[in-house]
Design a protein around this ligand. Sequence first.
Ligand code: PFF
Length: 472
Amino acid sequence: MVAATGSSRDGWSSRTGFVLAAVGAAVGLGNLVRFPAEAAANGGGAFVLFYIFCILLIGLPIMLAETLIGRHGQASATESVKKMAEESKASTAWSGLAGLGILSAFMILAFYCVIGGWVLYYIGIFVADLFQSGVTGGALQNMTPEGIKEIFPTLLEKGWLMALLDAVFVLVTVYFVARGVSGGIEVASVWLMPAFFMLLLGITIYGAFGGAFGEAVSYLFTVDFSKLTGDVMLAAIGQAFFSLSLGVAGMMTYGSYVGKEVNLAKTSTMISFADTSVALVAGLCIFPIVLAAGLSSDGGLGLMFDVLPHAFQSMPAGSLIGLAFFVMVGFAALTSSVSLMEGPTAWTMGKFDMSRAKAATLVASMALLLGVASAYSFNAISDFHPLGFIPLFEGEGVFSVLDSVTAKLFMPIGALLTAIFVGWVADRQLVDAENGLDGGLHQFWRFLVRWVCPLALTAILIVGIFPSILGS
Ligand code: PFF
């Protein structure tokens, strides 16, 4: 066992187990739905280039900062920050940064599982279609393009169905979390992530031969610097954070199950590299298919749930590819929802001295309640705007508020506090003993955590809160 340094605490069974679980946490709907959609909405290449820049200079350093806090603490995220604060003779109030992260993870979990439920619905559609349309032909042969366009809005009208599918997705998630770190979370990642990579590669190769691959490459990688506006930069930073699962104490929690012999700088680099590669390959998987069908997307959830099913209609073996595609998305979403549930579960176990199974069930039940409210916010309670009194969240329903509050406020605040804590507050020797860096790279990382990350995060917060600064 790699972790559990002398205690009976559960931990990853190997370094590979940790890396796969962390890659599983990072790779999710963000890579497959949000990244291609954001790239499409923000002018392709300029966004992609700036995104990579953000991963290297802001995301990667913060990932190392988060995992080292967890590894040092070997406890839940709040306890880990508290321990490092105490040993650094700083205020234990810093543990609030992890508390905020755990709250964010819980909020994201609630709406993330609703989307997971949508993915299950589409898996069902393509399974049924495989029987109807057959293996070789295009998908959804018995539907008109207009009919396909209606699938998603019709689903959004059915609150009860979305709630039911949400419940199924939450149940599968809690199954793995309740079984523990090495026996549940790691097992899920070790099986699902390789399967995910095979499906992604298979569909991408298919698209490369049958789709408009060249067009997709030039769309994603031709950089037009005039498109690099403040809005685009902000979208890229926000996406980088969401994609690497930062600012929600998740990487702290996963780091707390890692043993001392693991070099966290190396593992953080591997995780960030894998996550970014998947985002780019996802773009190269989705756009050739969409462009070959003569379709386009200006971003948003419609790219996956509306434009793609439409594109599968004109593809040979469309039902099979459609099914493989949504199964792949489901695997990625599941390993991420597991990580979102783990932070709040570990905290509940520590705080209330509860067994893992009970804590996970409690977290899952509460997330489901909030998820059901999110599902109904598309229909029955669409007029309910929980934070309507705050101009920033005016007109947003439950689903949208959970997304906006975490993305615009909580995640950047959590990450900003983490950078300040690790860069300025924590005892330097404690930090240096954990980070696995030396020489110039060490100096550079320290510079990034102390200066670049806090400044960039403050900028995101200010511009996110006062969008008029950018004139948008
Ligand atoms: N990184 C995940 C994705 O790209 O879909 C989302 C996510 C998972 C965010 C876990 C935060 C987290 F703790």
